[in-house]
Ligand binder design. Structure first.
Ligand code: 5AD
Ligand code: FES
Length: 359
């Protein structure tokens, strides 16, 4: 049965559900297939995105997130432009070739302008050598346009759930948190020419395997260029913490995340898939395990060390008290162990995107 499904040219919803439900033995077949698909499409090269989490100040109140506006139990920080540029220089020097710039979500003319100037400075500093992914939440189209013109060319905005009923169990139902806005942002980004990345949390409260199958189909129908998805990890200072006893075990959420990645690699062979940091919060070599089943992007955290503890979206976020270079060394070793090589000095853009715009 499992091989029959894995050999199909097109997986439908039932096939996907079957694969999400596989036992350990069948899952091994799924992983093997995904590894083959990865090797024959994007290859065994892993691309780095030096991750700069420059501020944890956030206007949103997602029920799962540790840096939500209503959480007063930690300190908020905002790196200076100089600190961000220093981190960008570090990435350039280490030959990471790309940055991922992320923060809590703010919408204001001042924020738009700050990011625009910052992108210009980074491009100037690097002579246009650094690929830039940004992940700064929902913004109006004009803002996205300005950031694109200033040199950002990839955008990550997780849909969190492709179905609005689940979305509103994970977010407040108000003007700041609208599922339809999230969707129209993804469409705006696509229209403007960004490489668009999205994804979901896996094993969140209220979420079923049916939901996850729908999410995978959404990703395929939207024809995404990149994906970031990882396990949900409960955070003590958030409303959803009260559901902690109804969740899958962390190990089960981890395995489900690997299955999601493997299935996505099979149904969308030529996209970029990130090995989410949250995987490492459950398993010390979680991200490398994701590489083995289809992921091809790593986002080493290069945020200056002293701020990392304050960017706690979830508990036990790994490497929060390490210096960036320590992370790099242990990561290189683990990536080699996973059988991949690092694409130093290469942007590693989404093949899917390249093919789409060539048309
Ligand atoms: N567990 C896992 N992922 C989380 N995120 C936010 N909070 C959590 C959590 N508790 C993810 C969301 C968001 C991204 C920035 O981090 O998917 O899009
Ligand atoms: Fe929405 Fe952090 S408050 S993801």
């Amino acid at each position: 049965m499992i091989n029959e499904i894995l050999n199909k040219a097109y997986l439908d919803r039932n096939d996907i559900l079957f694969l999400l439900n596989t036992d350990k033995e069948d899952a091994a077949e799924l992983y093997k297939k995904a590894a083959d698909v990865k090797l024959s499409t994007v290859g065994n090269r892993v691309y780095f995105r030096g991750l700069i989490e420059f501020s944890n100040i956030c206007d949103k109140d997602c029920f799962y997130c540790g840096i939500r506006k209503s959480n007063k139990n930690f300190s908020r920080y905002n790196l200076t432009d100089e600190q961000i540029l220093e981190a960008a220089e570090f990435a350039l020097k280490e030959n990471y070739a790309s940055l991922a710039i992320q923060s809590g979500e703010l919408r204001s003319p001042a924020f738009t302008l700050r990011i625009e100037k910052l992108l210009q400075k980074i491009n100037k500093m690097s002579g246009g050598k650094l690929g830039i992914t940004i992940s700064l939440g929902e913004q109006d189209k004009e803002t996205y346009q300005r950031w694109f013109d200033a040199g950002a060319h990839r955008y990550l905005l997780r849909i969190e759930s492709s179905k609005s009923d689940l979305y509103y169990k994970l977010h407040p139902h108000n003007n700041l948190h609208k599922h339809s806005d999230r969707l129209s942002c993804l469409n705006d980004l696509r229209e403007l020419g960004y490489q668009v990345g999205t994804g979901v949390m896996i094993g969140a409260p209220y979420q079923s395997l049916d939901n996850l199958a729908d999410d995978l189909i959404f990703l395929r129908d939207f024809d995404i260029d990149m994906c970031g998805m990882g396990p949900y990890i409960e955070h003590e200072d958030t409303p959803l913490y009260s559901h902690r006893n109804e969740l899958l075990t962390k190990r089960e959420r981890f395995v489900l995340s690997l299955k999601m990645i493997a299935i996505l690699r099979i149904i969308m062979p030529d996209i970029n898939i990130a090995a989410a940091t949250a995987l490492q919060a459950i398993d010390p070599i979680g991200r490398e395990k994701a590489l083995k089943v289809g992921a091809n992007i790593m986002m080493p955290n290069i945020t200056p060390g002293m701020y990392r503890n304050d960017y706690s979206l979830y508990e036990e976020k790994p490497c929060t008290d390490e210096e960036a270079s320590d992370c790099k060394n242990c990561m290189e070793m683990r990536i080699q162990m996973a059988g991949d090589t690092i694409g130093y000095g290469e942007w590693g853009d989404s093949l899917r995107f390249r093919k789409r715009i060539a048309k």
